[in-house]
Design a protein around this ligand. Structure first.
Ligand code: KET
Length: 464
């Protein structure tokens, strides 16, 4: 790139040129096209600097929009009333409005009334410790493993509050990069798009294991097992705790046992991403069964948690990175290193979301209400799933089997629509979705199911 500044020194340029002026302090400037000329005069010499308007950032190209969050930007720009945002995995009400859980609102109300709640506990805005809020870390570990889990009783779990699921995964990736140099992470094909970015940026090599079988629109269990078996010993295996994103296809309990067998035989290290605890089945315990199964076998496990979806705390950035180890000594050491990694990255985490989670999980009446509310949210998604299936299968006369919609669980349906078909959904029907064919059923209402069915049938049959 050309230099942005050009200096000319001369003894004989006249300072009286009409378009140029040098003031009494012997300094001046003038515009010439898009550039600025600066003059200064000292000891009879006039020097002239031409600042050319070429940015130092000229070499930085435009980044593409994010494949998931960019969809919301495109949605906002669409002025058509029929538009539907099924891109981001964020829960909406039947009226398609964002939802703040009642239990979250109650934390505020109750905290004003009850002495032992948030504000009266000395709510202030001092820095949290690097590892986060102690009450949150206790609550999150108990929610994940169950309060009476031996790993908790024996203090074999290192928990550090993270910047939601993403930040917690990033911290886990940093731990791998630092203490397991050269180790690879196996991730499912397909997976949540940001997983690859996270490991790339942490400089952790990754490759994929087979997961989704387009022929059955189900799990390629044989392929998955073969690929995990074939990986070199000590590989990290990234697993979605429940409600696999984007496919909505989870292994059965029997398949989880077999996955644990292979991981154990190969001395691999499971790394769970738990972003939807409670959202798959409506039960917090059931949705943590996969993680608990591995821990019960005495395996060492990494788990990143998020409260974006299940408590609707998207913008609070609250989650945790947990490492379950085989001894309390090593858990203590791991925790010290997680803190050391966090300190130069973001120093310490934000407090607000941590207080909400700690209060909801730690207050029995609120905890029960949360569970009921989560069942309600999971139930609404199940209802639209059923209605979408009913609408598509009654409208589509081609004989295509759409029953996979009902077999998938969680927030998403993986429709099998390709990029062109997904583009048609957006360009013709104003249905915003990710280009891998994923739709978020959490952004769908019963009232819009028929419309969506028409859009899917058109895109599937009329676009190749
Ligand atoms: N893991 C998975 C599997 C996941 O789907 C998400 C978010 C996250 C982690 C991170 O969420 P956080 O808010 O950092 O706790 N997924 C939705 C939003 C996004 O892409 O950021 C999505 O897939 O739409």
């Amino acid at each position: 790139m050309a230099s942005s500044v050009l200096s000319i020194a001369t003894q004989c340029v006249s300072p009286n040129a009409s378009s140029l002026s040098i003031n009494e302090t012997h300094k001046g400037k003038a515009k010439l096209g898009g550039s600025t000329l600066r003059f200064s005069k000292s000891s009879g010499r006039i020097s002239m600097t031409v600042a050319v308007n070429v940015s130092r950032f000229e070499g930085i190209p435009m980044a593409p929009p994010d494949p998931i969050l960019g969809v919301s930007e495109a949605f906002r720009a669409d002025t058509n009333d029929v538009k539907l945002n099924l891109g981001v995995g964020a829960y909406r009400t039947e009226e398609l409005q964002p939802y703040v859980l009642n239990v979250v609102k109650k934390v505020y109300v109750l905290s004003l009334m009850a002495e032992n709640l948030m504000l009266e506990r000395g709510d202030n805005k001092e820095y949290l410790p690097i590892e986060g809020l102690a009450a949150f870390n206790k609550a999150t570990a108990e929610l994940l493993l169950g309060a009476d889990n031996p790993a908790i009783k024996e203090q074999r779990i290192a928990t550090v509050q993270g910047l939601s699921g993403t930040g917690s995964l990033r911290l886990g990736a940093a731990l791998i990069e630092r203490y397991f140099p050269g180790s690879k992470v196996l991730i499912s094909a397909p997976t949540w798009g940001n997983h690859k970015n996270i490991f790339n940026d942490a400089r952790v090599p990754w490759s994929e294991y087979r997961y989704y079988d387009p022929r059955t629109v189900g799990l390629d269990f044989e392929g998955m097992i073969e690929d995990i078996k074939a990986a070199p010993e000590g590989t990290f295996v990234l697993l979605h705790g429940c409600a696999h994103n984007p496919t909505g296809i989870d292994p059965t309990p029997e398949q989880w046992e077999k996955i644990a067998d292979v991981i154990q035989q190969k001395n691999h290290i499971p790394f769970f991403d738990v972003a939807y605890q409670g959202f798959a089945s409506g039960s917090l315990d059931e949705d943590a069964a996969s993680v608990r199964l591995f821990v019960a076998r005495g395996m060492e496990v990494l788990v990143a948690q998020s409260y974006s979806k299940n408590l609707g705390l998207y913008a609070e950035r609250i989650g945790a990175m947990n490492v379950i180890s085989s001894s309390s000594e090593s858990a203590t050491r791991v925790k010290s290193q997680l803190k050391r990694l966090a300190r130069p990255m973001y120093s310490n985490p934000p407090v607000h979301g941590a207080r909400i989670v700690a209060n909801v999980v730690g207050t029995p009446v609120l905890f029960d209400e949360w569970k009921a509310e989560m069942e309600m949210m999971a139930g609404r998604i199940k209802n639209v799933r059923q209605k979408l299936y009913d609408s598509i299968s009654s409208k589509d006369k081609s004989g295509k089997d759409w029953s996979f919609i009902l077999k998938q669980i969680g927030m998403f349906s993986y429709t099998g629509l390709n990029k062109n078909q997904s583009d048609n959904m957006t360009n013709k029907w104003h249905v915003y979705m990710t280009k891998d064919g994923r739709i978020s059923l959490a952004g769908l209402s019963l009232a819009k199911c028929e419309y969506l069915a028409d859009a899917i049938i058109d895109s599937y049959h009329n676009v190749s």
